[in-house]
Write a new protein. Structure first.
Length: 390
């Protein structure tokens, strides 16, 4: 049976490098900055011909190679490169592919750091971005210009948990010869594989659900070999690569990704259903709630709804902050995708530097709260939310 025919869980557990002479069952750590050569000709050939071997851990390492191979199999990608963080993956991927004068069309609702990259830094290199309204997908094509090179989106979005039709984006990208890049961090390859819907590249912050336990930073981009080669050459020179230790941790974490996500999604749905019935909650957004505006799209492209729930508290900004002050069990943290449930209030924290108008344009109201539902006993999480709301 070919490895590509194995199921998701088997690929996550059994994809590994060849064993050393010690025949270890678990892949060892390769904590080395560089690798040696057999002779002068071996060394010359490795540098001159880009021989497929490890040279220096800034380029590649057995641990990072294993992590990349696993994610490629999970996403249905042909190649990939691993980074020190999710934002290193976002920046390096875009910087490797864009030239001065190029243009990006992006979903209006993206991670705050990605937004800052688009608005504050890329314009310095004459790279402009036009945002489209995720609730008006019919306007996407009107944003495309002659110099547009990349179509970029997250789904589900951060933090309002909107869903974008990936198949529609794939069709538009192909029609206009654009590179479609999808940030798949919230769904992970277990719940959603954007390449199936036409994505050319898929980006993850592995810091989140891939690690799942709040231990290490990491990022990865996978997709078409030709595009990944450009990203590899840029990253080889600029040095944002993932450390061997973090790669080893992340590769181990992938072995339990599916079983963790099953429980995350089960808990999150119960939390969303509880919140939907609470009198002080005016709105709940969770992809697999039938009340979600893009419920049918979510069901089409996702296996389950993920672990993030967004909801709006009656009373606006002060009510949101007061709610956080009353939380006892759950954590207040900017991270997500942890075993521990995390609560954030975007309007007063992660998105506080945006104007009210800018926040509302991406569905971030003053009372919006984002919950990353963890793996605790779900009744305890619900009890904590209830006492804080009451």
């Amino acid at each position: 049976m070919d490895e590509s025919e194995y199921g998701f869980e088997t690929q996550a557990i059994r994809t590994q490098l060849e064993r050393t002479q010690y025949l270890e069952h678990s892949v060892p750590l390769y904590l080395t900055s560089s690798f040696i050569f057999e002779d002068a000709e071996d060394m010359r050939a490795s540098f001159a011909d880009e021989k497929d071997r490890n040279i220096y851990s800034r380029y590649s390492n057995p641990n990072t190679n294993e992590f990349v191979d696993k994610v490629c199999q999970m996403e249905g990608a042909s190649a990939g490169f691993a980074f020190a963080s999710g934002m290193a993956a976002v920046y390096s991927t875009l910087a490797a592919l864009l030239n001065s004068g190029d243009h990006i069309v992006s979903a209006g609702s993206v991670f705050g750091a990605t937004h800052s990259l688009f608005i504050n830094y890329f314009p310095k290199w004459n790279i402009q971005t036009t945002y489209f309204d995720i609730n008006k997908p019919e306007t996407i094509e009107s944003c495309i210009q002659p110099n547009t090179k990349i179509l970029f989106a997250e789904s589900p979005t951060n933090p309002a948990i909107d869903i974008i039709d990936l198949e529609l984006l794939g069709t538009i990208a192909k029609k206009h010869n654009l590179i479609l890049i999808i940030d798949n961090c919230f769904a992970t390859p277990y719940l959603q594989q954007p390449i199936k819907f036409g994505a050319d590249l898929v980006i993850h912050s592995a810091t989140k659900l891939m690690d799942g336990q709040g231990r290490v930073l990491g990022g990865i981009t996978v997709g078409e070999t030709e595009l990944i080669q450009k990203i590899y050459l840029f990253s080889r020179l600029t040095g944002p690569s993932l450390s061997p230790f973090n790669a080893w941790v992340l590769s181990k974490s992938l072995e339990t990704l599916s079983i963790r996500l099953d429980r995350h999604c089960e808990n999150a749905l119960k939390v969303a259903e509880f919140l939907e019935q609470h009198p002080k909650v005016t709105l709940v957004k969770y992809p697999f709630l039938k009340s979600h505006p893009q419920y049918e799209i979510a069901k089409k492209q996702m296996k389950a709804g993920g672990n993030i729930v967004a909801f709006e508290i009656e009373g606006g900004l002060e009510a949101g902050r007061a709610f956080l002050d009353r939380i006892k069990l759950c954590s207040l943290s900017p991270n997500l995708g942890d075993t521990r449930t995390i609560v954030t209030h975007p309007a007063s924290t992660t998105h506080s530097k945006l104007s009210v108008e800018e926040r509302l344009a991406v569905s971030i109201t003053d009372g919006l709260v984002r919950i990353s539902v963890g793996l605790e006993t779900v009744k305890d999480v619900i009890d904590d939310l209830e006492q804080a709301l009451n």
